[in-house]
Design a protein around this ligand. Structure first.
Ligand code: HXC
Length: 512
């Protein structure tokens, strides 16, 4: 065992004390400290710690790093099993050599086989240049494993330093990406950007956490530091099942399921043109006001995230009237569709809160493909077989009414508040199209407009037509929202739905 201990000591020290000190000087934790902070005490079991590279080029023949720059194994988070891999920047900048890649791929495959979530801690300069094509193979094997795991086990990436080149595609294939503020991700770094395009850009400007959190949408969460990132992993996991054959954990609370929501009378203005923050509605409805928002900074005209109702995990999708009146643009379409598909993969019921004037008009949006991107929402809701409950709070117009979990797309229950307005379009636009000639030829056009608006509102600016036609199942008092949603959720727990298929298909073809 003495020999083994010597190997082990060498393996533990990664790139050596000097590199560990340099890592700390940059304000980053040493990889083993990260694992200690992420996992329950003494729960980590490491495997393949003696693996090293097999390359003999560019000086690698003179260096042996047991572990090859990534620590792999399994442990526990809040008593639940997880697989984990953590890149060690002190070894060749956490670069992905072939052995490094194969170790990560094995960890993910074990996680799939045993049905437990996998968490990857990233701190890497990308494909290991010295190993050439062998390193690219290592990267490819990680991607292949990530894709095999997709929809089977939850995959969470935490970015704690650079995540460059090939390293960045693995997180992109996972379910959630958490970036600490000081980290950055890019396919090609500032030097290549300068050489290829002439543009001078810093690491932060190019691929910093705030950019990926708000503009690209690559990051689902931005954490102020490493410890907060690990807390976020714990919190996120608390909502998720181990794998797609299990239900999410049931975590009861003292919050009564029949608690009235009288606050909603204050929160939501009855005037449909007045904004409100939909997160106030969500927090009022869910257990203990506890809502974990996903993609908080990205596409803010939509809000998605996890909460519980009567102890059961729910995924919430909502329009955000506080941002552009809750209009659905390209980014919001992607955000909503991806979240719906995640919930559907992992048996999480979806509650949709609607208040939107429609899809975003504009040349940029049309040329950017809002038809194609908006269609993702239609596809995602139609495909989802988990319980789907939709609450129309105020405006639900046109395509956005259909997209946001309408009955037509297979939602199980559609509820409305008395303030709901369901129509092909808003009153102002509709009246000008329907009565243009009458308005133009009138001696008092404003009077005609007012009169027609009144008529239109009486017919459509309410939930009654939709309820008469059976598209709305119930019109409820906002104060009863929590209780009503809970009751439907309880009965829909037993839902079993399989889509009728006339010919078997491999998978659907979502418009990407
Ligand atoms: C081998 C690498 C490496 C890599 C870093 N290192 N990246 N070794 N392959 N890809 C090594 C450095 O040589 C150095 O070794 C050590 O890691 C630490 O790197 P530093 O540069 O000293 O650290 P820092 O100043 O913090 O800068 C980190 C960094 C920078 C921003 C990540 O190293 C960098 O720009 N690396 C290249 C990033 C990149 O362009 N990757 C793409 C690779 S191609 P010593 O021995 O001096 O300590 C790729 C395929 C593309 O991934 C596929 C596209 C999808």
């Amino acid at each position: 065992m003495k020999r083994v201990r010597e190997f082990r000591d060498k393996s533990i020290m990664g790139g050596g004390q000097e590199k560990i000190d340099a890592q700390r000087k940059k304000g980053k934790l040493w990889v083993r400290e990260r694992l200690e902070k992420l996992l329950d005490p003494d729960s980590f079991t490491e495997f393949q710690w003696m693996v090293t590279h097999r390359s003999k080029y560019f000086g690698l023949d003179k260096t042996v790093f047991y572990n090859d720059g990534v620590i792999t194994g399994f442990g526990k988070i809040d008593g639940r099993n997880v697989y984990v891999y953590a890149q060690d920047f002190t070894v060749l900048g956490g670069s992905i050599g072939e052995a490094h890649g194969l170790k990560i791929a094995k960890t993910i495959e074990q996680a799939i086989q045993n049905g437990f979530p996998v968490i990857g801690l990233y701190d890497s300069g990308g494909a290991r240049i010295q190993e050439g094509v062998a390193s690219l193979n290592g990267c490819g094997r990680i991607f292949y494993a990530n894709v095999k795991a997709s929809g089977v086990i939850p995959q969470i990436a935490v970015i704690l330093g650079p995540c460059a080149g090939a390293a960045s595609y693995s997180p992109a294939l996972m379910d959630f990406v958490i970036m600490v503020k000081s980290s950055y991700m890019f396919i090609t770094g500032p030097e290549v950007v300068k050489a290829a395009t002439g543009v001078d850009v810093s690491f932060e400007e190019l691929g910093g956490a705030e950019k990926h959190g708000s503009i690209s949408g690559v990051a689902h969460f931005v954490a102020s530091d490493e410890e907060s990132a690990f807390m976020l992993v714990r919190k996120l996991l608390s909502f998720l099942p181990n794998n797609n054959s299990e239900d999410p954990p049931y975590i009861p609370s003292d919050d009564p399921v029949d608690r009235r929501n009288d606050e909603l009378y204050e929160v939501v203005p009855t005037d449909p043109t007045k904004p409100f923050d939909v997160r106030d509605v969500i927090r009022t409805i869910v257990d203990d006001g506890d809502f974990l928002e996903v993609h908080e900074l990205y596409a803010p005209s939509a809000v998605v995230g996890f909460a519980r109702l009567g102890g059961y995990t729910i995924g919430i999708v909502a329009n955000q009237p506080a941002v552009n009146a809750g209009v659905i643009d390209i980014d919001a379409s992607n955000k909503i569709a991806r979240f719906v598909r995640f919930c559907d993969s992992f048996n999480i019921p979806i509650i949709t809160l609607v208040d939107t004037p429609g899809f975003m008009p504009g040349v940029d949006q049309e040329h950017g493909g809002i038809i194609r991107h908006g269609a993702k929402i239609l596809h995602a809701y139609s495909e989802a077989t988990v319980p789907k409950i939709t609450l129309i709070m105020r405006k639900a117009y046109g395509g956005a009414y259909i997209a946001m979990g309408s009955q037509s797309l297979g939602s199980d229950v559609n509820i409305a508040w008395p303030t709901a307005e369901i129509a092909v379009m808003g009153p102002e636009g509709a009246v000008r199209i329907l009565y243009r000639r009458e308005i133009d030829s009138s001696a008092n056009p404003q009077q005609v407009v007012e009169q027609k608006l009144k008529e239109y509102r009486e017919v459509f600016a309410n939930p009654y037509r939709a309820a008469e036609l059976g598209y709305v199942d119930d019109i409820i008092d906002p104060a009863d929202t929590r209780h009503v949603l809970y009751k439907y959720l309880q009965i829909l727990k037993f839902k079993r739905e399989e889509h009728a298929m006339y010919l078997p298909r491999k998978h659907s073809n979502i418009p990407l």
